[in-house]
Design a binder for this molecule. Structure first.
Ligand code: CA
Length: 412
């Protein structure tokens, strides 16, 4: 695997700080403002390449980009994705032989909005970061709390709600639900006072596994189309009342945000790292000797109503205990089948130190220690008009792989 920048004739893509070099080539869907039209796209430097038009011009093979949403292309599997990456890297290369034809399909990123890239069929949320799980246990059950034994043997998860997943930049309405006041024993149906974000990575599935079949490591890895940033918005007071004994429901189902571009496993290949040390050996079907996580720097910025920004979280995706591939293996292991467009959240990603905790619950330690913002304001949980922005970047010496941002603003 190469740690060299692949140079493009699109000058901006060769800049060290550009999040879309030719090494990245994320897949997405854009809406062209002037033509009021959506198309399948990849991002290159400060431009987007219209894949729907490139397919129409026979610049690239027919892979279903005429359908705009990426599901048809995604369903073709990893070999087609790898093939189109090579073709695009040739077409967009510094010494491309087809510059003038390719230029017909390029337009400035600024002339477009991102639109939903694919139809999401199902959404599963894992709980795969030990630092976060341990912190959450301590906040709820006291400083001496430990994780239950099952956490160390499988990636714990629940089936979430696909219909309320939106791409970045949407408004997030503060949900109403049953909230139990422990101090005076009263129950009310009212807007959450403990609205939170959760910094996660999302794994996007491309390809199908029939019901009844299971996956080995290689099979699971091949079913992964790519990765996005994911914010699993949470209402902690609604969650605290409803989650026993079956887990979260309405406290999570009201909204989930994802970043608009899907970054391929090929772009992230140079950033594979060994997962954290195991407390207990995993069972053989997880093939733990092959497990990897990604070295992706993650950041969360809170923007107040007045525009003041505070970076409240800095952590890294390599803090995940279970590999995304192991999440997919586990998901398939009882035979439920897996389909193109399935989305799997990693679980909140937290580091060991306070500034690296991936949600307000941990940052404010259950609301007991408010965090200071650069304006002088303090927060335990999110207020109306707060905007939460997730960013992710994998950095090599000569290039970066960016995810663009995943943001949402709280409204009442
Ligand atoms: Ca979550």
């Amino acid at each position: 695997m190469s740690l060299d920048l692949i140079k493009s004739f699109v000058e901006a893509a060769n800049n060290r700080d550009c999040e879309f070099p030719l090494n990245n080539l994320p897949f997405g869907v854009c809406f062209e403002k002037s033509k009021q039209k959506c198309f399948s796209a990849t991002a290159i430097g400060d431009q987007v390449l219209n894949l729907t038009y490139a397919e129409e011009l026979d610049l690239i093979p027919d892979l279903g980009f005429k359908h705009v949403l990426l599901n048809t292309f995604m369903s073709k599997g990893s070999s087609f994705r790898k093939e189109i990456r090579k073709i695009l890297q040739d077409l967009l290369a510094e010494n491309s032989k087809k510059i003038s034809e390719v230029q017909r399909c390029l337009l400035p990123l600024n002339n477009c909005y991102n639109s939903k890239a694919f139809e999401i069929s199902e959404y599963t949320d894992f709980y795969s970061c030990k630092n976060h799980a341990l912190n959450a246990s301590k906040i709820i059950r006291g400083e001496n709390a430990e994780l239950s034994k099952n956490w160390y043997t499988l990636p714990v998860a629940y089936n979430g709600r696909a219909s309320s997943i939106a791409i970045s930049d949407g408004d997030i309405r503060r949900p109403t639900g049953q909230i139990y006041d422990q101090t005076n024993g009263t129950l009310k149906f009212e807007p959450t006072k403990k609205l939170d974000f959760e910094l996660e990575m999302g794994t996007v599935i491309g390809g199908s596994l029939p019901i009844g079949e299971t996956l080995d490591f290689e099979g699971a890895e091949n079913l992964i189309f790519g990765y996005v940033l994911l914010n699993d918005w949470s209402a902690r007071d609604i969650q605290a009342w409803e989650y026993q004994p079956l887990g979260p429901f309405l406290s999570k189902s009201f909204a989930t945000s994802i970043s608009p571009w899907v970054v391929s496993p090929e772009a992230l290949e140079p950033f594979k790292r060994t997962p954290p040390e195991r407390d207990f050996q995993l069972l053989p079907h997880f093939e733990d000797d092959k497990a990897f996580v990604f070295d992706i720097d993650l950041k969360v910025t809170l923007i107040e109503d007045g525009g003041t920004k505070t970076d409240i979280v800095e952590t890294n995706a390599k803090e995940l205990y279970y590999s995304p591939v192991q999440q997919v293996i586990h998901h398939a292991s009882a035979g439920c089948g897996i389909s193109t467009g399935d989305l799997m959240g990693s679980g909140t990603i937290s580091g060991m130190e306070k500034g690296s905790f991936g949600c307000m619950l941990e940052l404010s330690w259950g609301g007991r220690e408010k965090i200071a913002l650069s304006s002088g304001e303090k927060r335990d949980f999110l207020q109306d008009n707060d905007t939460v922005v997730l960013n992710g970047t994998a950095s090599a010496e000569k290039f970066k792989i960016g995810f663009s941002s995943c943001s949402g603003r709280i409204i009442n």
